[in-house]
Design a protein around this ligand. Structure first.
Ligand SMILES: [Zn+2]
Length: 234
């Protein structure tokens, strides 16, 4: 079974518990020697590693790792700080914004996002698109083709997370539009696309403006302060 490792906790001495997601479930399993540098299993002590695992049921609470083969490791990105900090955003969003039982719905997206980072797709685009998917898994759907209030496609002047998508001039009312037309079009791509490699590269200024908007909304709606954004936006 192929899984993406999400988090790692100490168990007994050098053993650990790994929480992970597969295509079908969120799961936890016991790994002998996870914290023993001499053990083959120590290679799994690294979130976002993708592995093919065999588990066996024993008497304890968790199934035990019997064997594994490595599919991909984030260590390959070691020297690239922007990409490494992008991985931290993906991980923090998955762990803090989605309840454990539902995390596995993000398996394919997380897998695609990690692969996209590895082959050099723009980290800003990957992160924003993944955040949009995380919101979707939580049931937040946004109108990205027309005014969310009246349905008009004319005079679209703003995007509001709180109103549920785009707003026309009339329905924005007195409020001030805080994104440029270009940024709203990027946001439409971020919400509308499902193929990570297909979104266009965005410049740092646009990415920062969009991430700030996500950041504010995540704080308000989830009560979560995304620490990984700080490093990512540097
Ligand atoms: Zn309207």
């Amino acid at each position: 079974m192929k899984v993406i490792i999400l988090s790692i906790a100490n168990y007994k001495e050098k053993d650990g518990i790994i929480t992970a997601i597969s295509e079908d479930e969120s799961l936890s399993f016991l790994v002998r020697g996870l914290f023993d540098p001499k053990s083959k299993n120590a290679a799994l002590n690294n979130p976002t590693t993708v592995v093919d695992i065999e588990l066996v049921k024993k008497n304890g609470k968790y199934p035990n790792l019997e064997s594994y083969s490595l599919v991909s490791s984030p260590y390959l990105l070691r020297s690239d700080l922007k990409r490494l900090s992008a991985i931290q955003v993906l991980l923090e969003a998955t762990l803090k914004l989605v309840i454990e039982e539902e995390r596995f719905y993000l398996y394919q997206d997380l897998n695609d996002a990690l692969s996209a980072l590895k082959v050099g797709v723009d980290p800003n685009s990957v992160v924003l698109m993944y955040l949009a998917r995380v919101l979707k898994v939580n049931g937040y759907v946004f109108s990205i083709n027309k005014c969310t209030v009246c349905g008009t496609k004319n005079d679209i002047v703003a995007f509001s997370f709180y109103d549920g998508g785009f707003l026309c001039k009339e329905h924005l009312g007195e409020a001030k539009a805080d994104l440029s037309i270009e940024q709203m079009l990027l946001l439409r791509n971020v919400f509308g696309s499902s193929i990570y490699s297909s979104i266009e590269k965005m410049n740092e200024e646009n990415a920062a403006a969009l991430l700030m908007k996500f950041d504010e909304y995540i704080k308000d709606s989830f009560g979560v302060n995304m620490k990984s954004f700080d490093l990512f936006l540097k």
